[in-house]
Design a protein around this ligand. Structure first.
Ligand code: SAM
Length: 228
């Protein structure tokens, strides 16, 4: 794996036990009651949209992480294949959900080759970590992993300073490399690419999906695409 892609995996491996602090607005991510509530309200909008797209027999979750979204997918899918490159996050996910309907695989998504089709393919806060020169290839693989008539659902970040930790500096939306710190001060670099709805629609159309993409007021871009 390319060094900068490996560094991303190393970051999420090292961050595994503190990852959820970001989503639940704890510690360095706690921005006070009002701003936290804004975040949770917008999370509810994205979760609502996911629950509205239907029920599925087979689901693939890419970059499943610690299970924040796997738990939602269990409510709309019968079986979930959950892939991630970091064994530490897979263990947290497994221990959180204790579900025999989820099958985990440790997989590097840049060398992943789809070997079957699913009714729904889902990934949250992953596309923004895919370097721009690899996005088309990644989405082409996603397309191949969706059955005809099946769907893809994506959720990701909008550029908003209060989204990240208080000691992360978000200075430029167009800078695709960001510095990230762990609670113990260790630092890593990740790719972080912010999509506008138009650009994401264009990328999904190029891959073959007919999509609808929305944004919440501050934090999230989300939506689904159909393989027609
Ligand atoms: C921002 S987290 C998102 C996790 C989860 N989807 C969520 O929303 O909570 C990014 C995830 O991508 C995983 N990841 C990083 N590089 C990867 C790679 N090359 N292949 C597969 N997963 C990778 C990390 O381990 C981490 O779990």
């Amino acid at each position: 794996m390319q060094n900068n892609l490996q560094e991303q995996v190393d970051y999420y491996r090292a961050r595994a036990s503190e990852y959820d602090e970001w989503f639940y607005r704890i510690g360095r991510y706690d921005r006070g009651r009002e701003i936290n509530q804004r975040w949770f309200n917008e999370v509810a909008v994205v979760k609502g949209a996911l629950h509205d797209i239907g029920k599925f027999a087979s689901v693939l979750e890419l970059a499943c992480g610690t299970g924040i979204w796997t738990a939602e997918l269990l409510q709309i899918g019968e079986t979930i294949d959950a892939f991630d490159a970091a064994p530490e996050v897979i263990e947290i996910n497994r221990n959180k959900l204790h579900s025999d309907r989820v099958t985990y695989r440790q997989i590097d998504l840049f060398s992943w080759e789809p070997d079957r089709e699913y009714d729904l393919v889902f990934f949250a806060f992953w596309l923004s970590h895919v370097p721009p020169n690899l996005v088309d290839e990644f989405l082409a693989k996603v397309y191949r992993s969706v059955r005809l008539g099946g769907q893809v659902f994506i959720a990701d970040s909008l550029f908003e300073e209060t989204s990240s930790a208080k000691n992360h500096i978000l200075e430029d939306e167009t800078n695709i490399r960001q510095n990230r710190k762990l609670n113990d001060g260790r630092e890593f670099q990740v790719f972080k690419v912010y999509y506008s709805p138009d650009l994401l629609l264009e990328k999904l159309a190029k891959a073959g999906f007919k999509s609808e993409i929305k944004v919440t007021n501050n934090y999230f871009i989300y939506g689904s695409g159909m393989k027609a």
